[in-house]
Design a protein around this ligand. Structure first.
Ligand code: ACO
Length: 429
């Protein structure tokens, strides 16, 4: 059956039929509605200004059509391509899921080997990248170091450099070139993070090998040899591999819509990923745990947040109004690594916060629960990573997902992203 909205514009008396397709209406159909700005003006269509949609924070606006990930925030389900997240989590490791998300299928061994080779080769940093990272003080924040490392890598990649000097689009409609550039972008980020880790810990950096997976090489380059870390992250990363149109993925696509190269587009996503309301919330959540210190001090802390209308970082999510399905899967991993997790005193504070928030009407009524990103951090902490490094690694685990969306955008018509604003004239003095 054909569904539509029947709308009458009271300014003009005109009626419009707006088609509804799968619970979406097209903004262009809203743009057919219009009225002259000046009521004295003749009601000519030429003078009519198309109706605009004001949607602060894009809460009701879809900006892409995608077949990669489906999240149902009301039912609490996630699908990667045709698979429920629970089934990929139990059957596969991250390397398989990365391939599924970017290229649409679980890879054959040959496909895996090819990706390993392209990434493994690109992971070898030129001296300029090493110099840039080692020029930072050892206690510098990871965030600016990543931006510097990625910029240094971009300046040495001739294909990436050419993007801004080419009349025709280099990646749109050229998926072979795009695939190679995409794989190199992920590799650059892995190397940058590993160089930062080694520099901060004043330890030697280990060169990558083309026989290892992305995750295997990251840990290898960092000098982390405990096999528990790789097996834990090979599962945990599946849960962060993609999350459809997140703020950072949108940033990658926004930058990508200018036809910029994938390293630069991913850098835009990294910047968003470190924002306090996004991935950076983890740092603030941990800071709060340290500040609270003991479980007894949790109730007054939360009451202060409620009274001041502040934020409990690591809580809440734009999409989920029910339980995030990733949380149950993270709990399986937490159970598996229970001893290492419970050795972390901050977790006792986090658990006390969770108990308090779960029965407090403020959080219950607003559907605010610990988000999966925070829960996953307890595993990272158990594996010995600092929060600063956790955010970096989480961003790396998401980058293939963001680039899957970038790749998908290359198969669609080029359209520069350029939102509108509602202009409010200044008040007269
Ligand atoms: N602590 C306290 N109150 C909160 C929180 C929180 N963490 N999150 C939302 N609220 C309250 C708001 O004050 C608002 O209350 P009101 O209705 O009385 O005004 C209500 O819940 C709705 O909040 P919004 O800001 O409208 O919700 P939105 O969907 O825009 O925000 C967000 C989602 C940004 C994640 C928010 O929950 C938040 O700020 N959380 C803390 C930061 C955080 O953990 N971010 C990481 C998210 S996961 C990720 O990005 C990787």
């Amino acid at each position: 059956m054909d569904h539509h909205l029947q709308v009458t514009d009271s300014r003009t008396g005109k009626s419009y039929k707006i088609p509804i397709q799968g619970n979406y209406i097209r903004a262009a159909d809203i743009g057919r509605i219009g009225a002259p700005e000046d009521k004295e003006d003749i009601a000519s269509l030429k003078a009519a200004r198309p109706l605009q949609i004001l949607d602060n924070g894009f809460q009701h606006t879809a900006c892409m059509e995608s077949s990669i990930t489906h999240i149902d925030g009301l039912r609490g389900t996630i699908r990667y391509r045709e698979f429920p997240i629970e089934s990929v989590f139990h059957q596969y490791v991250y390397e398989d899921v990365m391939h599924l998300i970017i290229w649409g299928s679980i890879p054959t061994q040959q496909q895996k080997d090819h990706v390993r080779e392209v990434m493994g080769q690109a992971m070898n940093p030129p001296q300029s990248v090493k110099d840039v990272i080692s020029s930072f003080p050892r206690d510098a924040e990871t965030f600016p170091m990543i931006l510097a490392g990625m910029s240094a890598f971009a300046s040495t990649d001739s294909v990436i450099c050419k993007t801004r000097h080419q009349q025709s689009a280099m990646f749109h409609g050229h998926l072979d070139t795009a695939d190679e550039a995409l794989a190199r972008t992920i590799a650059y980020l892995a190397t940058t993070i590993s160089l930062i880790y080694c520099h901060k810990n004043n330890q030697p950096w280990t060169p990558p090998s083309v026989s290892r997976s992305l995750l295997g090489n990251l840990l290898h380059m960092m000098g982390i040899t405990d096999p528990r870390v790789e097996s834990c992250l090979a599962k945990l990363w599946i849960l962060y591999a993609d999350h459809e149109m997140t703020n950072s993925t949108a940033a990658v696509l926004h930058a990508g819509s200018t036809l910029i190269d994938p390293v630069s587009a991913v850098t835009a996503g990294i910047i968003c990923g470190y924002g306090p309301l996004h991935g950076g919330a983890i740092d603030l959540a941990y800071e709060a745990f340290r500040h609270i210190g003991t479980a007894e001090r949790v109730p007054p802390f939360i009451e202060r947040i409620k009274a001041k209308g502040g934020r409990l970082f690591g809580y809440g999510h734009r999409v989920y109004k029910t339980r995030d399905p990733r949380v149950a899967l993270i709990e399986e991993l937490l159970e598996e690594h229970r001893d290492a997790v419970e050795a972390n005193p901050l977790l006792r504070v986090a658990m006390a916060i969770d108990r308090y928030a779960n029965q407090d009407p403020y959080f219950v009524e607003r559907g605010l629960k610990a988000n999966a990103d925070l829960m996953g951090c307890f595993l990272y902490t158990a594996m010995g990573f600092d929060t600063d490094m956790i955010i970096a690694i989480t961003i790396l685990s998401r980058t293939p997902g963001a680039l899957a969306h970038w790749r998908e955008s290359l198969t669609q018509p080029v359209k520069l992203w350029r939102p509108q604003q509602k202009y409010n004239p200044p008040l007269a003095n």
